[in-house]
Design a protein. Structure first.
Length: 295
């Protein structure tokens, strides 16, 4: 049982946090709760069967009922953060990777896909999971289809996506899957392309533009949101310094209308269409995700 006195001494105020810092902590907790609740929605908690004996899900789908109904014998955990399940007669295998474009997933693909093949060949039934069942675990399942079903990356992605609508390996993982496809099949069916959408530059697999337009929208929103966060991260001191420098330039140069016009032409401007408010981002993202889950 926790000691109430210890709980008091460990409160934020005892650690010298300001009211604004405490508010930020509360805001972060609320955001984490919202993110966790998303994982429990049907789109993410679905226990998606990809082929006979192979399933894909997120932590929301990791339930005893799902294990029992689908006769799971092996669990492949593609995270660092989610705990391994300890169940009688069920083997758990971890591939410790983060969902980051810079993470090295490629070095795990051969051993992990060989593991899945061994399980299925011996009559086992495996579930591959990460936190959301979107990026890490989906990448591994796609790699399995490339290596052992001889599907192209294009076809493997579309097959998995037809069984689980929310999958979207991050761009770094997609690039590694392109490398893996070339190694296994000797050629590539997919390449990454850079496009300009709503005044922002995005990078996507080339077939997304025609076949998965909603993910083009989501990628655009993600980049816009990142741009917005970058703009909002400017500190008052930085802004003050910029203002002082601007004043200095105006003082040292003639401030005639002609010079003002010239300065306006030369100065970079922020296009309002290249950013999106948090409210707009949430509305559009929720709408897109709702569309994905209903397809």
């Amino acid at each position: 049982m926790n000691n109430p006195e210890k709980d008091k001494t460990s409160s934020p105020q005892r650690h010298g946090q300001t009211q604004s810092q405490q508010t930020q902590v509360g805001s972060n907790d609320q955001e984490n709760l919202q993110q966790f609740s998303i994982l429990l929605t049907p789109a993410y908690a679905a226990f998606s069967q990809i082929i006979d004996g192979l399933f894909l899900t997120g932590v929301g789908g990791m339930t005893f009922d799902n294990f029992r109904k689908n006769k799971i014998t092996n669990i492949i955990n593609c995270t660092r953060e989610a705990p391994n399940w300890r169940l009688p007669g069920v083997e758990c295998f971890r591939i410790a990777v983060d969902d980051s474009p810079t993470e090295d997933l490629l070095s795990h693909l051969d051993s992990a896909t060989d593991k899945i093949y061994s399980i299925l060949s011996n009559g086992g039934r495996a579930v591959v999971h990460c936190v959301a069942g979107v990026s890490r675990s989906a990448s591994l399942v796609i790699a399995y289809l490339i290596k052992y079903k001889k599907m192209t990356l294009h076809d493997a992605y579309n097959h998995v996506q037809s069984r689980r609508r929310v999958i979207r390996p991050n761009n770094g993982f997609f690039k590694q899957l392109i490398t893996f496809e070339k190694k296994i099949l000797g050629s590539n069916s997919v390449k990454m392309v850079t496009l300009l959408r709503d005044d922002v530059q995005i990078e996507i697999p080339d077939f997304f533009e025609k076949e998965h337009k909603r993910f083009v929208i989501l990628e655009t929103l993600k980049v816009k949101a990142a741009n917005l966060r970058t703009a909002q991260s400017a500190t008052p001191s930085t802004m003050a310094s910029t203002s002082e420098n601007s004043n200095s330039i105006v003082t040292n140069e003639s401030s005639t209308p002609q010079n003002s016009a010239q300065s306006s032409k030369e100065s970079p401007t922020i296009n309002s269409s290249s950013t999106v408010s948090p409210e707009e981002e949430k509305k559009l993202t929720d709408s897109s995700l709702d569309h994905i889950s209903k397809e």
